[in-house]
Design a protein around this ligand. Structure first.
Ligand code: FAD
Ligand code: NAG
Ligand code: NAG
Ligand code: NAG
Length: 598
């Protein structure tokens, strides 16, 4: 989760008093820009993600983009591309996935944007379902459903995702209750548009219903089966929840993590390993007549003045270049305490936080993302990771580990912290490690068992060949998870190596591939990236100078790290099979080098 200081935060306040004039001089922003840029007339286009950078930092090209506004326009776009045999990819309003899912392989590919396929089509009170076009965002879905007294019980915490996109990657929230926290498991029907033969007019439209074998493929599709045009979701009557954050020492986290999720319906845990703290979200349904009108406006998802973002990034860059781990640890404590003191952006009534529990309606508490909106005030603000301003730039490593292995994994991470107590302070600048619960899904590419999903967010240099402070520790955690504990990646996040050989971890992968072959025999919706991920084309790993620094490879030789900067390929410290870029003689680069000391 991206960090920190909103305009109401510590630094925000400081800046407003000290450098007000600067705020007015800075140019631009919010809401986020369209991820697709074309040179003219919707042709000759580039597409990126909302962070402005894919894992390998390549620019993705497409011949053109279409913005269908009706199903008919969508059908004809797919038909005409199919007739030409061109590659097709579905793009969304914000393009929030990190991996290169949205890139057509070739420059002559077509992008179909769901930006204007964003209508709510039908709400059925009796069946408690909602049918939407795939470009509808979480925010729109939540508010439309609430208008008629319904709620999506579980889902991602971020408003900006589209229904099509979150089905594409299996996005989720946190619960072990019901069918679990993945939105795709609440889909009761969907309509999908795929290439057709000449006899079909080059486009084939299928409606899949609950119980259909093929729906198990389409629930989590990586976008390779065709364009999902409509989705029907099962909802529940709008309800209230009660939230309390409880801070504890993390010494028994390994024991607690698995069982905590069974005690509270919306449980999650935010872990600050260097501070030895875990913040437990005690979060359950309460009767609707319980008083309270709480609101969640998660601080890191609020608009932040661009000048604040620049100061934070500059600070982080200088801590990196000076190996100032103490500075990071001090910063981490400041960020954590200010988030905790402000209840992460929860208020009891939409205005102020007066204490726990915060009680309110589901639709006001389940997700947020106020930085997506153009802001009323004149100050120049943006989402913290908006690439148009100097702000956050990070990697995200996100995977799920089966409940039965969670304790061992957590203890391995704790051993690493013992060896290097300051190594993970950098993570805490991005609000620590988020632990959320997921359950086994019937989706072929969905979760295979009950598990805890871990989210790590950490500094990424603008220069792909510059190593990160304590590079080795996070690399070791990444490999521990993926290799030792067989973790499954979030399809919409992560660095490339996490996907290496991943398809072998899905027991029904073959069924998925068979259906993909039926829906899109020529692979028009596939790309080099999806073929690699699905095991249909050579490995994901690319060995070249510095490849391990960006997670493009696991190092084998020193040159894959940064030997000239003191980083060499070495075994892990806790997980000996890991190969990580480490600085053997870790020492601070001092501002003033005293003679005789080094
Ligand atoms: C601030 C932030 C918070 C986040 N929070 C969460 C969270 O709480 N939980 C979580 O699980 N994830 C979270 N994510 C990650 C996010 O869930 C995934 O990246 C998500 O899939 C992106 O959705 P999108 O609409 O932006 O889709 P995109 O990234 O644009 O697309 C994802 C894939 O789906 C395909 N696709 C999109 N629409 C269609 C369609 N109509 N038909 C067929 N294929 C389609 C695309 O081609 C692509 O392959 C977060 C991301 C951000 C930036
Ligand atoms: C697309 O990216 C290329 C390479 O970075 C750049 O030269 C070109 O101007 C970009 N096109 C658009 C429309 O932004
Ligand atoms: C722009 O696109 C439209 C629709 O495809 C087409 O009719 C028109 O001729 C194009 N204009 C230019 C200048 O290419
Ligand atoms: C809520 O409703 C239940 C039954 O419908 C009732 O027993 C209870 O007293 C009510 N609680 C409050 C706080 O009004």
């Amino acid at each position: 989760m991206p960090s920190l200081y909103s305009k109401k935060g510590v630094i925000g306040r400081l800046l407003r008093s000290k450098c007000l004039f600067l705020l007015f001089l800075t140019a631009c922003c919010s809401p986020p820009e369209d991820p697709i840029k074309c040179s003219s007339n919707n042709t000759n286009c580039n597409i990126t993600n909302s962070y402005g950078a894919f894992p390998d930092r390549s620019v993705c090209r497409a011949h053109s983009v279409v913005y269908p506004t009706t199903e008919q326009e969508l059908f004809s776009a797919v038909a005409s591309a199919t007739m030409k045999g061109s590659k097709i990819k579905v793009a969304t309003r914000f393009s929030h996935s990190i991996p290169k899912l949205v890139c057509p392989s070739f420059q002559d590919g077509l992008l179909i944007s769901t930006k204007y396929l964003n209508r709510v089509l039908k709400m059925d009170m009796e069946a408690m379902t909602i049918t939407v076009e795939a470009g509808v965002t979480m925010k729109e879905l939540i508010s439309e459903a609430a208008n008629i007294g319904l709620a999506l019980p579980y889902g991602p915490y971020w408003w900006g995702l589209t229904i099509g996109g979150l089905l594409g990657t299996g996005a989720h929230g946190s619960t072990l209750w019901g069918k679990g926290s993945s939105v795709h498991d609440y889909v009761t029907a969907l309509k999908i548009v795929s290439p057709g033969g000449r006899e079909d007019g080059y486009v084939k439209v299928r409606v899949l219903n609950d119980g259909d074998e093929e729906l198990k493929a389409a629930r989590v599709s990586l976008g390779v089966l065709g364009v999902i045009s409509q989705v029907t979701l099962r909802l529940q009557p709008l309800f209230k929840r009660s939230i309390t954050y409880l801070t504890k020492d993390d010494s028994d986290l390994g024991d607690e993590a698995a069982s905590f999720g069974k005690k509270h319906e919306f449980a999650d845990i935010t872990w600050y390993p260097s501070q030895h703290k875990a913040v437990y979200r005690i979060d359950d349904r309460v009767p609707t007549n319980t008083s309270g009108d709480g609101l969640y406006d998660f601080t890191p998802f609020r608009s932040t003045p661009s000048v604040t973002l620049a100061v934070i990034r500059t600070t982080e860059e200088s801590q990196e270049s000076l190996s100032d781990d103490d500075g990071k640890c001090i910063g981490a404590k400041l960020v954590t305490s200010s988030l905790l003191n402000s209840a992460y952006g929860l208020t009891n009534n939409g205005v102020i936080f007066t204490g726990y529990p915060v009680i309110g309606y589901q639709h006001r508490l389940q997700a947020s993302g106020s930085c997506l909106e153009g802001h009323e005030d004149k100050r120049i603000t943006a989402c913290a990771w908006d690439p148009r301003v100097k702000g956050e730039f990070f990697h995200q490593t996100t995977f799920s580990i089966g409940l039965s292995s969670v304790k061992n994994f957590i203890q391995d991470v704790q051993k690493l912290v013992e060896l290097q107590p300051k190594a993970l302070c950098g993570l805490e600048l991005y609000n620590g490690i988020l632990l959320r619960y997921v359950t086994a899904s019937s989706a072929y590419l969905g979760k295979q068992e009950e598990a805890v999903d871990f989210d790590f967010t950490y500094y990424r240099s603008k220069d792909p060949l510059t190593p990160r402070l304590y590079e080795d520790v996070i690399e070791e955690i990444e490999q521990l998870a993926v290799i030792k504990y067989g973790a499954l990646p979030h399809w919409g996040k992560n660095r490339n190596i996490v996907f290496d050989g991943v398809i072998n971890k899905y027991k029904n992968a073959n069924k998925f591939l068979r259906i993909k072959n039926v829906y899109d025999p020529l692979g028009l919706f596939s790309s080099e990236w999806t073929d690699q991920v699905l095991g249909l084309q050579g490995g994901i790993t690319k060995f070249k100078e510095g490849c391990a620094l960006e997670g493009l490879c696991i190092c084998r030789e020193d040159i894959h790290c940064a030997p000239s900067k003191g980083y060499f390929c070495r075994p892990g410290k806790v997980f000996k099979d890991a190969r990580v870029c480490s600085r053997p003689k870790f020492q601070k680069r001092c501002l003033y080098q005293l003679p005789g000391f080094d």
